[in-house]
Design a protein around this ligand. Sequence first.
Ligand SMILES: [Zn+2]
Length: 326
Amino acid sequence: MTADRPSDSWNGTAALHVLLLGAAAGGGFPQWNCGCAGCRAARRGDAPRSGQVSLALSADGENWVLVNASPDILSQIADTPELHPRGLRETPLRGVILTNGEIDAVAGLLSLREGAAFELWATDAVHGTLATNSIFNVLKPERVPRRVLVPEEVFVPRLPDGREIGLTIRPFAVPGKPAWYVEEVKAAEEGDTLALEIEAGGRRAYVFTACAEITEAIRARIRGADLVFFDGTLWRDDEMIRAGLAQKTGASMGHVSVSGPEGAIARLEGFGIGQKVFVHINNSNPILLPDSPERREAEAAGWEIGQKGARYTLCTTSPSIPHRGN
Ligand SMILES: [Zn+2]
């Protein structure tokens, strides 16, 4: 545990630490019922496997908040020493931030039910969805207080005793859609899909696990960022249809493509961003294959392909230093 600090506001030595616990889209890599070329390569060991996307953020390396609780969260925590308990029943996880209500963002909450205290941050709409699914009542509000995310309002995650942990986070709405399992009962509204602006130690990072369109407002906002994690679901909009996997386009799922004139590579070129990393990568996306021309193209354009276990530390005094885990 950290030593007591004299005030309730952050005054420690801050950096911005990000752990990429998993980088795959819903379904994971490989997906349990998929025999596509990518999933077969992952099963053979010819492409690195990954669970569904989840990240952990910290300013001090001791207290962490999760961005989304993926269905793979138990193995992701088990594989990550920074997130292990330091006491008999203890966790360095101080909060979970939900950027949307999709199953790959919320299902892991059910695995975090063993009585630990942490804050649960989500929009009113996502809290409402969870509240109508009584199984989530297993997270007792006395231990897991529900905090409301309001787009464009900054918040600071705190320890159970109220002290800040040194992270400043601003959620903001991006083009998207409601979770697919509520689409028929809930109208689309602004804030269904959030991205996060994260600051610590004077460094600035962004997390977009989903984004349906890269608007001028998004481009202006992330200019000069130190680190950007961006929606890398599909290489091209119709790749799942062309591969015979599903009758779904990226647009129908609320995801812009990696390639093409409106895609992430083209639209995020030249904004002075320190590091750009694709996450939420669907198993149909050829960038997951180590020797694919699409992966080479993305890397040549300055993108990193998100890798389970990758670690990033942005220090206050030095340029971005990526640390790659195993
Ligand atoms: Zn597959």
